[in-house]
Design a protein around this ligand. Structure first.
Ligand code: LRH
Length: 481
């Protein structure tokens, strides 16, 4: 057999890419067919995704990919498009960093009951959960006309195939999904004043969606296959772990830090620590926490008008550790805007030296992020009872040697960094499994990643007591979380 070639469409908050995965016996290769920027557009007061530009990038990428047997699509979570009765898109999808849920998210959560919401959905409280975005949209003319809601990967799959559906890993991030019944949480929606009929039939990763329509102009009508369409779920598939004693950090715009479990943890302590139970493949639960991630660095780079952080990271590595640390999860860092200024303000407000140069700001970001990784890895273990022996860093952050080393130091655990393209690999692997060319279980998929991809190991240096001290300082400065 000549092996299998499939295309993975992976849309991240700052860029999209179409990758081609090729599998043969014991081999797995990934090449980039096309990469394109994902630039949000502010129109009036609202921050939008430029969804047609993304669709055009996907088409261009699929054309560049050449002949493939399948196409899988994943993207960031929670965001959606609304369709009218004819299937036309009603307005541009709104960006999860838009301010429309400010204040409202708390009011809706209080009204529905935070404990009850957690018991049903298992989800952490994030202001941009689909539940709150929809609550903000309800009452608008657009919402009135809407007949269907499709999450971003499902929307693109609809445009490619004409088939509607809702893939479950991404559905589980909406706070509209009942974790126990594995259905849409219709009662909750009704109580929130939302229409459950908007939601599309659920589908599992690995199911066929349909062939690409000829109207797209793409040759060969490959089959679109549902993958783990939440990017983080795809990334977790491709964590090159053996056994279960591992934590993962899917490190890109966000750091998603957690463990993989076979059942949810719905404790009050977990709820208060804002740990989430997102659905993974094969009945797994991604028990994790959103840490603000490389967003702080990306947004600082944008403010400085720079694109490549390599030089700044090298200079940051030579600077003293812990000159200043900030709580990266502070909501002040969430919206786009002057990030270096907000970091300086946070240092000032907590009585710490204000970083004077970009390199000092970068050092502050990386120290603070490693500290947040430490806290989340420790909490994930305490809250779940799962003991971990290694931390896997996957995604773009695996390229950041300073962050990986400091994360190892802070956690007091070895870090295995890579693969950088874990999300696309997870996307490819679920398609390959559906075609009978990989698997059958997660252990076999992960062994293939381990055997074929470039990984770097970082051993923890020193003892982690200086990190405990920095953590205490942060908690004193910012009061209890
Ligand atoms: C990462 C991610 C994350 C979500 C956020 C909205 O790309 O999917 O898992 O919380 O975007």
């Amino acid at each position: 057999r000549g092996g299998l070639a499939v295309a993975a469409v992976d849309l991240g908050a700052s860029s999209g890419r179409v990758m081609v995965g090729r599998l043969g016996p014991g081999t797995l290769e990934l090449t980039e067919a096309h990469r394109f920027a994902n630039e949000p557009v502010r129109l009036g007061a609202t921050l939008h995704w430029d969804i047609l530009a993304l669709y055009a990038g996907v088409l261009r990428g699929l054309r560049a990919a050449g002949p493939v047997a399948g196409v899988g699509i994943d993207s960031w979570a929670v965001d959606y498009g609304l369709l009218d009765a004819s299937g036309a898109l009603l307005g541009n999808p709104v960006h999860y960093r838009d301010a429309r849920t400010d204040g409202l998210a708390d009011r809706v959560a209080d009204k529905l009951g935070r404990e009850r919401l957690y018991a049903v959905t298992g989800l952490q409280h994030l202001p941009f959960n689909t539940l709150y975005q929809l609550a903000a949209a309800a009452g608008t003319p657009q919402y009135g006309l809407a007949e269907r809601l499709l999450l971003i990967p499902d929307l693109l799959a609809y445009w490619l195939t004409g088939e509607v559906g809702a893939e479950v890993t991404n559905a589980s991030t909406t706070q509209l999904y009942d974790l126990h019944r594995r259905t849409w949480a219709a009662e909750l929606m009704t109580e929130a004043g939302l229409r459950p009929e908007l939601m599309a039939p659920l589908r599992e990763p690995g199911t066929r969606i349909g062939p690409v329509r000829p109207e797209t102009g793409l040759p060969g009508s490959p089959e679109v296959v549902a993958v783990a369409s939440h990017d983080t779920a795809s990334a977790v598939v491709a964590v090159p772990a053996s056994g279960e004693r591992f934590a993962y950090i899917s490190c890109g715009t966000w750091s998603l830090v957690g463990v993989e479990l076979d059942r949810p943890v719905l404790s009050e302590a977990g709820r208060r620590a804002n740990f989430t139970n997102e659905t993974g493949v094969d009945g797994t639960i991604r028990y994790l926490r959103n840490v603000m991630g490389l967003w702080l660095l990306q947004e600082s780079m944008r403010a400085w008008g720079l694109t490549d952080p390599a030089d700044l990271l090298r200079r940051a590595a030579d600077r003293p550790a812990f000159a200043s640390v900030v709580d990266v999860d502070d909501p002040v860092f969430m919206p786009p805007g002057d990030m270096p200024g907000r970091i300086a303000d946070a240092c000032r407000a907590t009585g710490q030296p204000v970083p004077e140069t970009p390199a000092a700001t970068v050092r502050c970001i990386v120290d603070s992020l490693a500290l947040a990784h430490r806290r989340a890895v420790r909490q994930a273990q305490e809250l779940s009872g799962r003991h971990v022996e290694v931390v896997h860093v996957v995604g773009g952050g695996a390229r950041n040697a300073l962050l990986c080393q400091l994360t190892a130091d802070a956690c007091g655990l070895p870090v295995v960094a890579g693969p950088v393209e874990a999300t696309a690999l997870g996307n490819v692997l679920i398609q390959a499994r559906a075609a009978g060319a990989a698997g059958p279980g997660l252990p076999e998929l992960r062994a293939l990643v381990r055997d074929t991809q470039h990984l770097i190991r970082y051993e923890p240096r020193g003892d982690s007591s200086s990190w405990a001290a920095a953590e205490a300082r942060l908690e004193r400065g910012n009061g209890p979380r």
